[in-house]
Write a protein that binds this ligand. Structure first.
Ligand code: CA
Length: 222
């Protein structure tokens, strides 16, 4: 599960990140509106924790913008405002839940779990590149309609690369992604081995690009 924390108070954001990472969620932090917008454009999160008051905009406009652009990611709004009207405003703007600061970590984690359990029917479960399709729900991979059998780790690598098309992911990020989910032993060349296998199983030209000294990316030529 991949979470975005939008919070301008660095200490609060860092604390939140630490708490969520202890619960084995992967997190990114945006310290302002602009950064949050860029990250939401670039990546697919499973949940956004959104602070209402940001230095360069407000969380509510960001939420409205996301919904206008059909981004269906669940949003949990965090705010120091306690008015009941605010709760209504958040829900009307397409927010999924609202929590007043200060909140208890236990309540926050419970609400996050509840939101992550919820199905978001608008969310596409299919990631495509050329003739290749990956279904994140059925965990099926098709190459020109023919099923491709991948190991758990190969599937997870392919999924994260497709979710982050045109973005170079470092070996460290990829390795971290694999080890978080399966508590595997960190092995420095693990990612390279899986990439090699993926290329063998999915023999497409220019499928996964190696960025020397950095990592890998899947480029969308469209
Ligand atoms: Ca704030």
């Amino acid at each position: 599960m991949y979470l975005l924390i939008v919070e301008d108070e660095k200490a609060v954001a860092d604390q939140l990140k630490e708490l969520l990472e202890q619960e084995l969620y992967r997190c990114e932090v945006a310290y302002n509106y602009r950064e949050a917008l860029d990250l939401i454009d670039e990546k697919r999160f499973d949940l956004v924790l959104l602070d209402w008051n940001l230095p360069d905009g407000d969380g509510l406009s960001l939420l409205s913008l996301m919904r206008e652009e059909s981004v269906a990611t669940p949003v949990l709004m965090l705010s120091a405002n306690t008015e009941i009207d605010d709760r209504v405003t958040v829900l009307d703007a397409g927010g999924d839940d609202y929590l007043c600061k200060p909140y208890s970590n236990i309540e926050l984690l419970a609400r996050i779990r509840a939101l992550l359990r919820r199905e978001t029917p608008q969310k596409s479960t299919r990631l495509c590149i050329g003739p290749l399709t990956l279904d994140t729900k059925s965990r099926e991979v098709l190459l020109s309609g023919t099923p491709v059998k991948l190991s758990l780790s190969e599937f997870d690598l392919l999924e994260i690369l497709l979710q982050n098309k045109n973005i170079v992911l470092t070996r460290y990020q990829l390795n971290d992604h694999l080890c978080r989910d399966y508590s595997g032993i960190k092995q420095s060349n693990l990612v390279d081995v899986h990439i090699k296998n993926l290329r063998k199983k999915i023999a497409l030209d220019d499928f996964i690009t190696t960025v020397r000294g950095v990592g890998y990316t899947i480029k969308d030529s469209n």
